[in-house]
Ligand binder design. Structure first.
Ligand SMILES: C[S@@+](CC[C@H](N)C(=O)[O-])C[C@H]1O[C@@H](n2cnc3c(N)ncnc32)[C@H](O)[C@@H]1O
Length: 412
């Protein structure tokens, strides 16, 4: 069975230039129609508007435990929920399923270099295998390269390599590793968002970007298309890391869509934890349950029945007693001093709310992948408008990284 966001690599085909527009329009209509299901965040609301329309589904989800929600969080097809959950699920899956990009066959993967974490190396190898172009690149440009592991892997056959990265330590280490491998490589300290970046990129480059966040890969799309690069391959991530408040559509279809996405919406595709370790997840849960309990308290203290955002807090706050946590957070938010109460009960209510929030979020989860594919199609359609043949597909399995989709573009 195909799981949303987890399609086995060979179960569907990747998207090509002629598929992009129709898929985009279908996703656009689906997302617009179901906005009340995916826009509101259960964390910030005591009840969601859609719950009145689907009381059976709401009551069923609210009766489930935190563990039950976590078990199916990335496997929504396992949730035997009341209607119309499965109907939404089928639509979401059909619209967001995308197969594997064409790849170069490699008999045996190369050994992980000592300097690269194993998971990162697998991503690098998978990206490189799927960055296939009609014309063999002669000069790679690794955009936001970190230490340049991807660029070095691609340039191992003798092509030239430029790496752009603004962290000086990563640039120095990257240059050292490239020198050691005797590559024709230059690692530059470069803020890719500054104007000077245009001097670093010309038509002879083939840019690649592995997990460049929001503004960073958008900038590459704009500059590389303007510079006349013949080909590029991009695996975006963190769509919400943008300086503007709203998503700035790139393509004509996205510009004419009524769908307007704010930064909160853009974080929806990232709301999944497939890689975090148990300790991190436990810490996150304690922190969220505490905040949800505090949210009940602050509604009481302020007399306003609305969510009050709280800043991210050092983990040391989780060691405070719940009473001290609430007192200190109330002071930080300049709320009236809380009266003494049964803090254990309040903390428990926070945990109960966390279970409800996690379960209601399963409905939002149905729209994670559709929204991500919509965002990628906006980028793909922009490249098409700039005269590129575009492919959009998976470059690795979802379990290796949930940001497993990649754009490969080439001008004939
Ligand atoms: C998620 S990491 C990906 C690194 C590398 N592509 C990889 O996959 O290993 C993003 C990188 O972008 C770099 N970065 C962030 N903002 C940047 C900017 N404005 N200019 C250049 N590099 C930037 C970060 O320092 C980081 O190394």
């Amino acid at each position: 069975m195909i799981r949303p966001g987890m399609s086995p690599l060979h179960s569907a085909s990747f998207l090509q230039t002629h598929d992009l527009y129709d898929r985009f329009q279908a996703l656009d209509a689906f997302l617009i129609e179901h906005q009340p299901l995916w826009r509101p965040k259960p964390f910030t609301m005591l009840t969601l508007l859609w719950e009145a329309d689907y009381p059976l589904l709401s009551a069923w989800l609210r009766s489930r435990t935190l563990e039950e929600a976590d078990r199916v969080h990335t496997q929504l097809h396992l949730l035997n929920a009341p209607p119309p959950f499965n109907q939404w699920l089928r639509q979401a899956m059909a619209l967001s399923v995308i197969g594997e990009l064409p790849s170069q066959y490699t008999q045996t993967p190369s050994a992980t270099p000592a300097d690269v974490p194993g998971r990162k190396w697998q991503q690098v190898e998978a990206f490189a295998r799927h960055a296939q172009f009609l014309h063999t690149p002669t000069h790679w440009l690794d955009w936001c390269s970190g230490k340049g592991h991807l660029g070095r892997h691609l340039a191992a056959n003798g092509a030239a390599l430029d790496c752009l990265e603004f962290d000086v330590a990563l640039v120095e280490e990257g240059q050292r590793l490239s020198n050691r491998s005797q590559l024709n490589a230059n690692h530059y300290v470069q803020d890719v968002l500054s104007d000077t970046v245009t001097m670093r990129l010309n038509a002879s480059h083939t840019p690649v970007a592995l997990h460049a966040c929001g503004d960073l890969h958008i900038r590459l799309l704009e500059i590389a298309t303007r510079a006349g690069c013949k080909a590029m391959a991009i695996a975006p991530c963190c769509y919400n890391r943008i300086t503007s408040d709203q998503h700035q559509p790139l393509s004509r279809p996205a510009l004419s869509s009524p769908l307007r996405l704010n930064r909160d919406d853009l974080s929806l595709p990232l709301c999944e934890t497939v890689t975090a370790n148990l300790r991190t997840r436990q810490q996150r849960d304690v922190s969220m349950a505490r905040r949800l309990g505090f949210d009940l308290l602050q509604r009481d203290l302020s007399g306003l029945d609305e969510y009050l955002p709280t800043p991210s807090l050092p983990t040391s706050w989780l060691k405070k007693s719940y009473r001290d946590y609430c007192y200190d957070l109330a002071a930080l938010k300049q709320l009236p001093v809380p009266a003494e109460r049964n803090w254990q009960v309040l903390e428990r209510k926070g945990w109960e709310r966390l279970a409800i929030v996690r379960n209601l979020e399963l409905v939002r989860g149905l729209f994670r992948r559709p929204l991500e594919v919509w965002l990628l199609l906006d980028r793909a359609l922009f490249l098409k408008e700039q005269g590129y043949e575009v492919k959009l597909g998976q470059f690795c399995n979802y379990s290796l990284t949930p940001r497993n989709l990649m754009l490969v573009a080439e001008r004939s």
